[in-house]
Design a protein around this ligand. Sequence first.
Ligand code: SF4
Length: 484
Amino acid sequence: MPPAHPFDDDKLKEECGIFGVVGVTDAANFVALGLHALQHRGQEAGGIVSHHPDHGFNSARRFGYVRDNFTSQKLMETLPGELAIGHVRYSTAGSKGQTQIRDVQPFFGEFSMGGAAIAHNGNITNADALRRELIERGSIFQSSSDSECIIHLMARSLQRNIPERMEDALRRVEGAFSVVAMTRTKLIGVRDPLGVRPLVLGKIGDGWALSSETCALDIIGADYVREIEPGEMVVITAEHGVESIRPFRPQKSRFCIFEHVYFSRPDSIIGDRSVYETRRQIGVELARETSVEADLVCPVPDSGTPAAIGYAHESGIPYGMGIIRNQYMGRTFIEPTEQIRNMGVRLKLNVNRALIKGKRVILVDDSVVRGTTSRKIKEMILDAGAAEVHFRIASPTAWPCFYGVDTPQREKLLAATMSEDEMREHLGVDSLKFISLDGLYRAVGEASGRDPKSPQYCDACFSGEYPVKPSDMVEKGFQMKAAE
Ligand code: SF4
């Protein structure tokens, strides 16, 4: 298994990336490449299922990085065919921190009309209730993953074919889901009615691809066609192309705004907007809202970089790489001893003393979760002789996400327990400011900011306003924010 990042526990983590291809020779190789490009969405484990008319369904599921598993010719030869799907995973639902191979997707089910495999990105917020009901009615679960509910709901459906059974199953599911699935001949993609998690369609030669992000289409040389729309199901065959179905009652979309801020790769395109450009614009808005006199704007690498570039541009304060990231910190140095692990941030980041010394420094980061990393970075900057340290943050995370992103409990989120001023004192910096929610919305292209009556995005981890009630969590005692 890949090593823990030294400050992994102080960043939010996307749970999954999904990818599928139909109509190309050796489809599994394309899927492996696509998953490699989506590795930032999940590093714990990955899996691929393929289908070949003579060899049937085949699958491989492994712990660790895609590049360490799915580059083996021997393994890839066991995944023949022109149709394949895959999944990379970071666990939250299921056996968190102790993933078993049985929890690694894609999941597979054998039905009377043939087999089907599914890979799911998101989180089913009524999975506990569904699982209880399904077990009472005789289903035997193989994994601890919420996604397996979809297979069992499909098995109970009376519809005649697999896409219709999948429609039936997904109508029972609440929460966030982007799904890539396959039968013997069809590649299927679905987004939940709110379109919380992303899914895009690409064209490669005579074939088609589905992916969590456009950056994975680029790696296989596929052309971006369009996003799968919220509430849309596409059923794709090499012969007949893309059939679009609308299985759900139409709703106003609520895409995850955090995909723009942090999760998606900066070279991806979301809703016709470059993620890089959006992040740069977040920096512009931050500078407009939170100006302070300073000598240098520094990103916290790497995710804070585009916002810092935008901040520097808008404020006129010079931009500099005051913190340098060690690109080659590998597992060798991380695993052996607790002592080395405790060196934490210093293993990964170092301060550019010559640039920092004597300067009033603005540090721009994409998020503050627990604040442990921010404190250490501040100490490093002051040790290097900075005159002042000002934090500017691109997102005020104050509530947990229940839609497929790993967040600590609310009590552990710094922004949930302290005011901005208390956080400034806690982190020991000269000033600390977050972008406003309106500023964030302007940065993603909503010129009038957030519509409080009908928000354009899911922003629950900032606002506490959940577009889908997290029923399982409420049953376990989670306190929703009182309506205003
Ligand atoms: S709660 Fe936050 S991270 Fe989760 S889907 Fe909504 S905006 Fe995205």
